[in-house]
Design a protein around this ligand. Structure first.
Ligand code: P6P
Length: 338
């Protein structure tokens, strides 16, 4: 039997890749792995527990209907990260402001985490893959609970980022800036094992992921790119296949493995796009660049955007290098200057 490496062993083996104290990343990732296992258990039996499905009956800070599993996942990740002492605060999609960890040694924690505890929640009640997305920064404040400014760092400053996908199997995929590695949960043991070492996205792909229901609201450059994807041209493997799950983690993961592009652009109804910079676009962009792909807002690199608020949105074009560059060329060609 080929030797198998657990997430814990891998982090220890590769801890020299992490530019800060050795055990800190290990404790951070093991906390995320623990919460992921707990959330996974609830996601996997959601259909059997009617009290965990459905809406809470309240809206989150985004004005979106909160699902019971959204709230559950939010609470589990906050609990797991608070107890480990490495984190002094969190920014969560489900909470309006910074979640300051004030008790015990959490205050001395050197890291802050931006998280989407459960992305794709409209898919929860219909048994479609959903995910957790996280982004980890070194705090900029000196001590005490996390501050707002600790989260106002460009994506280039991330020290680690990753996602958990609760799908046909549950995987944790992360980077610390030295490549992307994927771990699959063995539920019989309750541990993650290295299954996708050094993940790289193909430079070209045949899949485009976008909600074409918004076609009439798209910028002209996006409309032109969609038409480009649909042209019959065997020499360039077109027409491409349209694959859009409604959970960005699932679309990201499939495109990372097979090649492809995911686009959520500005629309007339979402002038800044839909995805959030801190806990969706930035972690996706860090992972995508580490896997040899590209992530932009249609014009500029996502990781270079200077955040100004916790829940700000950004247009997002991410995936195979050649596909994203073609879409950017069309955005440039069809966007009025000035
Ligand atoms: P729409 C989920 O709410 C999400 O943030 C992403 O995971 C997903 O790709 C997108 O929104 C779906 O949005 O407007 O196409 O339903």
């Amino acid at each position: 039997m080929a030797s198998i490496t657990s997430l814990g062993e891998f982090v220890v083996e590769r801890q020299d890749d992490f530019k800060y104290a050795k055990g800190e990343l290990s404790r951070l990732l093991s906390a995320i792995g623990l919460a992921a296992r707990v959330v996974n258990r609830e996601v996997n039996k959601a259909g059997l527990m009617e009290d965990i499905l459905g809406d809470v009956g309240e809206e989150n800070v985004q004005g979106e209907q909160q699902k019971k599993l959204d709230v559950y996942a939010d609470e589990e990740f906050i609990r797991a990260l608070k107890d480990r002492g490495e984190v002094c605060g969190l920014a969560s999609e489900e909470r309006e402001g910074v979640i300051e960890f004030k008790s015990g040694y959490a205050v001395s924690g050197q890291y802050v985490v931006a998280i989407d505890p459960l992305d794709g929640s409209s898919n929860i009640d219909v048994n479609v893959s959903i995910g957790t997305i996280f982004s980890i920064y070194r705090r900029t404040s000196k001590s005490g609970p996390a501050t707002f400014d600790d989260f106002m760092q460009k994506g280039t400053e991330q020290v680690a980022a990753g996602y958990v996908i609760y799908g046909s199997s549950t995987m944790l995929v992360y980077t610390t800036g030295n490549g992307v590695n994927g771990f699959t949960l063995d539920p019989s043991i309750g541990a993650f094992f290295l299954s996708h070492p050094d993940m790289k996205i193909p430079k070209d792909g045949k899949i485009y992921s976008i909600n074409e229901g918004n076609y009439a609201r798209f910028p002209e450059g996006v409309k032109q790119y969609i038409k480009y994807c649909q042209v019959e041209d065997p020499a360039t493997n077109r027409p491409y296949s349209s694959r859009y799950i409604g959970s960005a983690v699932a679309d990201f993961h499939r495109n990372l493995i097979k090649g492809g592009i995911y686009i959520y652009p500005t629309t007339t109804s979402s002038p800044n796009g839909k995805l959030r910079l801190l806990y969706e676009a930035n972690p996706f962009a860090f992972l995508m660049e580490q896997a040899g792909g590209v992530a932009t807002d249609g014009f500029n690199r996502i990781l270079d955007i200077q955040p100004t608020s916790l829940h700000q949105r950004t247009p997002l074009f991410m995936g195979s290098e050649n596909m994203v560059k073609t879409s950017m060329d069309m955005m440039k060609e069809h966007t009025p200057v000035g």
